[in-house]
Design a protein around this ligand. Structure first.
Ligand code: BV8
Length: 228
C-alpha cells in the first residue's frame, strides 16, 4: 500500500512502444543500428574521438523524434496513471518524450533524453530542441564545445538508476513493453521484479531475448495490446 493506492505497477518501455509513432527501433530489420555502427555514434569513447559526428547524428535523429506524436500505447499508460487504484512508474529506455507528451508523469529516462544536452564543463542539463554543435555555448556557463547530448552512451552509467531500483523494490506488477531485452542493466530489471515476487508481463511485437522470464506474454503491436 503506497499513498493509499493498492498496486504498484512498473513499466519498462523500449523503442518498440514508439515504433507506431513512426520512430525507428534499434535492432529491427530497419533499425537505427543497421545504418550506423554503434561504436561510431553511441559510445562514450566515440564522443571523445569524434564529438561532431556524434552531435550531428543526434541532431538528425532529433528532427524525427521531435516530429513524432504519442500513439495509443503511450496514451493508455498515461490514462492508467490517473487511476486511483495504481501507482504507476514508467522506466523508459527511450530518448523520445512521447510518454510525457501523452500526459505521463513519473517517467524515468534511464538512457537520457534527446531534447536535452549536458555541459561537460559545468555539469548542468539544459533543453536543446535545435541542432547543437561544438560552437553552441552552454546556457549556464556560456562555454563553447562542452555540450553533449544528454544521452547515456554504451559504457556510461544510467541516469535515475536509484529511483528505478526503488520502484522495482516496491513493484507488484512489472510490464515490459517494446524492448528486445538486450541492453543492461535495464534488461536485468525483470529479474529484480521476479525476486520481489512481482507478476511479470511482456508486451512485444514478437518473442524477445528475455521472454522466458515473463509469466504473461502478449504479442502484437503495442498500440493495440497496451490499451487492451
Ligand atoms: C552500463 C543510447 C555500467 C543511444 C543506448 C556484456 C554483457 C552485459 C552487458 C554488457 C556487456 N558489454 C557491455 C555491457 C554493458 C552495455 C550493454 O548492455 N551492452 C549490450 C549491447 C550487451 N550497457 C551499457 O553500456 C550501459 N551502461 O552498463 O554502465 C558500465 C560503466 C562502464 C563500463 C561498462 C559498464 C548503457 C546502456 C545504454 C546505452 N544507450 N542508447 C541512443 O538511444 O541513441 S541503448 C539503446 O538500446 C537504446 O537506449 C534502446 O532503448 C536500448 C534498448 O533497445 P530497445 O529499446 O529494446 O530497442 P530494440 O530495437 O533493441 O528492440 C525493439 C523491440 O520492440 C523489439 O523486440 C521489437 O520486436 C519490438 N517492437 C518493434 N515494433 C513494435 C515492437 N513491439 C511492440 N509494438 C511494435 N509496434
Amino acid at each position: 500500500m503506497e499513498n493509499g493506492k493498492t498496486k504498484n505497477i512498473v513499466f519498462l518501455t523500449g523503442a518498440g512502444i514508439s515504433a507506431e509513432s513512426g520512430l525507428s527501433t534499434f535492432r529491427d530489420s530497419d533499425g537505427l543500428w543497421n545504418n550506423h555502427r554503434v561504436e561510431d555514434v553511441a559510445t562514450a569513447e566515440a564522443f571523445v574521438r569524434q564529438p561532431e559526428t556524434v552531435r550531428s547524428f543526434y541532431n538528425e535523429l532529433k528532427k524525427d523524434v521531435l516530429s513524432a506524436r504519442p500513439n495509443p500505447a503511450h496514451l493508455a499508460i498515461a490514462k492508467l496513471q490517473e487511476s486511483p487504484l495504481y501507482h504507476v512508474t514508467v522506466i523508459t529506455q527511450n530518448v523520445d518524450t512521447l510518454h510525457e507528451q501523452a500526459g505521463s508523469e513519473n517517467v524515468l529516462h534511464i538512457h537520457g533524453r534527446i531534447d536535452q544536452v549536458v555541459c561537460l564543463n559545468c555539469g548542468k542539463v539544459s533543453q536543446a530542441l535545435g541542432s547543437v554543435t561544438g560552437k553552441t555555448p552552454c546556457p549556464f556557463c556560456r562555454k563553447e564545445g562542452f555540450l553533449k547530448p544528454n544521452i547515456v552512451f554504451f559504457g556510461e552509467n544510467l541516469l535515475f538508476l536509484d529511483e528505478a531500483q526503488n520502484a522495482l523494490e516496491n513493484c507488484d506488477i512489472f510490464v515490459s513493453v517494446g524492448t528486445s531485452g538486450t541492453v543492461y542493466p535495464a534488461a536485468g530489471f525483470v529479474r529484480e521484479a521476479l525476486l520481489r515476487g512481482a507478476e511479470t508481463v511482456e508486451i512485444n511485437k514478437e518473442e524477445s531475448a528475455y521472454s522466458f522470464l515473463f509469466q504473461k506474454r502478449f504479442y502484437g503491436p503495442a498500440g493495440k495490446i497496451v490499451p487492451a
